[in-house]
Design a protein around this ligand. Structure first.
Ligand SMILES: *[C@@H]1O[C@H](CO)[C@@H](O)[C@H](O)[C@H]1NC(C)=O
Ligand SMILES: *[C@@H]1O[C@H](CO)[C@@H](O)[C@H](O)[C@H]1NC(C)=O
Ligand SMILES: *[C@@H]1O[C@H](CO)[C@@H](O)[C@H](O)[C@H]1NC(C)=O
Length: 309
């Protein structure tokens, strides 16, 4: 408990002294402390589902391993995900983090959000568990948004300077619903990095009676917002991806995981487990899976009012 009590102060110290210009930072110290207090409570709530999360992940991995075995032909050796067990606080904690300034409401409902953005394909298997029941959470809209290979967010000028919404780009934004097993598969590109942040993907989970439009867009805030978070990646995978084109053309200095206070706050549960999608090179794609434990009864407030027109 002592460690928990210190966490807000440590985060605050890191925020004030090490990252004065981080874009995704909260407005005031009070907000940051309040948010950390919240995170602690939610982490405690989520941790009790640890055995169910372990079971859920093992089932998904077995299914995928079988699928890949079936796809094996000739000399091609499909990768079999290795991790089959989790510990109490490695996969379960999925704390709320900061929405940041780049969200855009009412994006398209789709599984592939890449459009024409170049970069390493990233297929994400996102499993959602409701902490109230420790059971898979079906029919939840899992939405992602991220920077492109050179660290720019669609629709915004920046991220250097004050983020300003300038157009209706929809690339690397959007989401889809979890199936009856609480799982959704999304395809994006491995995001690049921008000044002050390690590479990450923003995620929002919407439940309740959400609405969609005839033109295939989701109505943000129409249901309940059960989660606002970010996904992260191990540095070994970041290194592999950032050694390829066009990531190599990114000229901004890289911020590493251990210097990113939002990632430190989020903890290991927010790190996607990765493997090669095909073969043994990132150029053929990366597969990632992550389990997000959310409270289906919660309803967070979306800060950003920018909407797709
Ligand atoms: C997880 O934590 C609970 C409660 O602290 C404990 O009873 C249980 O044995 C732990 N499980 C594992 C796999 O460590
Ligand atoms: C990322 O997006 C920015 C802004 O639209 C664009 O200038 C840049 O070329 C994109 N990066 C890549 C690798 O295409
Ligand atoms: C989708 O339809 C709604 C109204 O039904 C509209 O407000 C919105 O701008 C449309 N979105 C796009 C991307 O066309």
């Amino acid at each position: 408990m002592r460690i928990f009590a210190l966490a807000p102060l440590l985060a605050l110290a890191t925020f004030v002294f090490a990252h004065p210009e981080t874009e995704d930072h909260p407005a005031t110290a009070e907000e940051l402390i309040a948010r950390n207090t919240d995170i602690e409570a939610r982490n405690v709530a989520a941790r009790k589902c640890a055995p169910q999360v372990a079971e859920f992940e093992a089932q998904r991995l077995q299914k995928r391993a079988k699928l890949m075995k079936r796809q094996q032909t000739g000399t091609f050796t499909a990768p079999i995900p290795r991790t089959t067990s989790i510990t109490n606080n490695s996969c379960v904690l999925h704390p709320e983090t900061i929405e940041g300034p780049y969200y855009i409401r009412n994006e398209f409902i789709r599984s592939d959000v890449r459009e024409t953005q170049p970069g390493v394909a990233l297929v994400l298997d996102v499993g959602v568990i409701d902490s109230r029941t420790c059971r898979p959470y079906p029919n939840a809209f899992v939405e992602i948004w991220a920077a492109n290979a050179t660290g720019a967010y669609g629709g915004y000028v920046g991220p250097q300077g004050t983020p300003t919404r300038i157009k209706d780009d929809t690339w690397l934004r959007g989401g889809l619903f979890t199936n009856a097993q609480g799982i959704v598969e999304l395809t994006t590109i491995y995001p690049g990095y921008y000044t002050g942040r390690t590479t990450h993907i923003h995620a929002m989970v919407h439940g309740g009676n959400w609405q969609s439009r005839a033109n295939g867009t989701f109505v943000s805030g129409s249901g309940t917002v059960n989660h606002i978070g970010q996904f992260f990646f191990d540095e070994a995978w970041n290194d592999r991806v950032f050694a390829t084109h066009p990531y190599t053309t990114n000229r901004v200095p890289r911020t590493y995981n251990n210097r990113d206070f939002i990632m430190q706050q989020a903890g290991p549960g927010a790190v996607a487990k990765l493997s090669y999608l095909n073969g043994n090179s990132v150029t053929e794609g990366v597969f990632g899976y992550i389990t997000v434990v959310v409270n289906g009864g919660s309803n967070y407030r979306i800060q950003n009012n920018n909407a797709l027109r």
